[in-house]
Design a protein around this ligand. Structure first.
Ligand code: RFL
Ligand code: PHB
Length: 389
């Protein structure tokens, strides 16, 4: 078998890249380790930047997001018992959209089916080979049979634990990492959101986030110890703890109900440099991870594949390597800004066990400055709605 680009991974990065390449007339095959149902079952991101929604529009997968997504003009920060609204739209003219990653994935899967491009789910032992030569290839096993695809390029869109980055010889790659000493315990419930906009909470008991998927479905997160277990968190305990961290008005408005999903995610910042190794490129979580506090992970996957698809289009249409040569530096420049923003939001909003009372007071001073200063609010807004790409 032969194709122009083999894409490893059918998460948002791989699916969106596949559709952008298809739009540019570049043949591609997606190899995914899991089943489609499994990929769709992962409850993750919920917040899309305007640039991400525009890319969905561009590949013909944005119609449902435009219909069902909730457009938010502001965001709230709660600390010291009070809530403060940041008018993101007033500061930047831009908005964000609440539309779940599961829905984005479903819309992209449907667009891919309609385009007739090949996707292989349950592809085992996917192995990128010879990407430091002019004849890269990828092998995989399906139903016990080994297959090989010859290609021009490989796109590693296989997430943090994928095979692509792991296939690069260690001397060719540099990694930067910060692991935070806590996790996020998240629940999804079929209840109306506590407030029309997101509330990020700094509290002495730990961070909390009130977010949503729709007018009838809420998503809440609580900072929890890294080694905690969801078995320690029956729904009742979750709601009790949330009520202790949110403000009075929110407690009064909170509608509780049975959880339909519950999970704990560790928080980490991670960047691999470069994002290109000969004829293999990394994009999305395969190259970088941000803590979810800034809501940047999925949006970075989108900007990466925007740059990468443009570079590959230039290679095929204009016979120029300038785009692919510049991909890594261009993507990393935006990645590091989002890594900084996510690290900063995480540092300002969570309880850090080792920072003590001094650290807690510094956080409050920063939050007070932020909500009292037009310049500081505008800076947060500009990053939150997404830097241009
Ligand atoms: P994914 O989604 O991990 O997809 C990678 C795919 O590759 C497959 N794969 C392989 N396939 C073949 N062979 C192999 N050897 C393979 N190894 C792996 C996997 O099965 C998978 O299908 O990476 P991608 O596409 O780069 O997308 C990244 C996003 O999923 C991620 O950044 C976001 O979910 C992060 N995130 C958020 N991002 C936002 O932009 N806004 C948010 O509000 C937001 N909230 C979140 C989040 C992540 C969270 N968790 C669970 C870490 C909230 C949470 C709690
Ligand atoms: C979500 O809706 O799941 C979400 C929103 C904003 C974040 C993180 C997660 O910062």
């Amino acid at each position: 078998m032969r194709t122009q680009v083999v894409i490893i991974g059918a998460g948002p990065a791989g699916l969106l890249l596949g559709q952008l390449l298809h739009l540019y007339g570049i043949d591609n095959i997606i190899l995914e380790r899991q089943t489609g149902e499994y990929v769709l079952g992962r409850i993750r991101a919920g917040l899309l930047e305007e640039g991400t929604v525009s890319l969905l529009d561009k590949v013909g997968a944005g119609a449902r997001a435009r219909r069902e997504g909730l457009v938010h003009h502001g965001v709230e920060l709660a600390f010291g018992g009070a809530r403060h609204r940041i008018d993101m739209h007033g500061a930047t003219g831009k908005t964000v959209m609440i539309y779940g990653q599961t829905e984005v994935t479903l819309d992209l899967m449907n667009a891919r089916k309609a385009s007739g491009q090949i996707s292989v789910y349950q592809a085992a032992d996917v192995t990128p080979l010879d990407f430091d030569t002019d004849r890269p290839r990828v092998t995989y096993v399906k139903d016990g049979v080994t297959h090989e695809i010859a290609c021009d390029f490989i796109a590693g869109c296989d997430g943090f634990h994928g095979v692509s980055r792991a296939s690069v010889k260690p001397s060719a790659i540099q990694t930067f990492e910060r692991v935070y000493p806590f996790g996020w315990l998240g629940i999804l419930s079929e209840t109306p959101p506590v407030s029309p906009e997101l509330i990020y909470v700094n509290h002495a008991r730990g961070f909390a986030l009130c977010t949503m998927r729709s007018h009838t479905r809420s998503r809440y997160y609580l900072q929890c110890p890294l080694d905690d277990d969801i078995r320690n968190w029956p729904d009742e305990r979750f709601w009790d703890e949330l009520k202790q961290r949110i403000d009075r008005k929110a407690v009064d408005n909170l509608v509780t109900g049975p959880s339909i999903e519950k999970s704990i995610a560790p928080l980490r910042s991670f960047v691999a440099e470069p994002m290109r190794f000969g004829r293999m490129f990394l994009a999305g979580d395969a190259a970088h991870i941000v803590p979810p506090t800034g809501a940047k992970g999925l949006n970075l996957a989108a900007s990466d594949v925007h740059y990468l698809s443009g570079a590959l289009r230039e290679y095929y249409d204009e016979k120029s390597s300038a785009g692919i040569d510049g991909y890594s530096a261009k993507a990393l420049s935006r990645v590091w800004k989002a890594v900084r923003f996510s690290w900063w939001m995480t540092s300002m909003l969570h309880k850090f066990p080792d920072e003590g009372e001094f650290g807690a007071r510094i956080q409050l001073a920063e939050l007070n400055y932020l909500v009292g200063s037009k310049a500081a609010s505008a800076s947060l807004s500009e990053n939150y709605v997404g830097l241009p790409f």
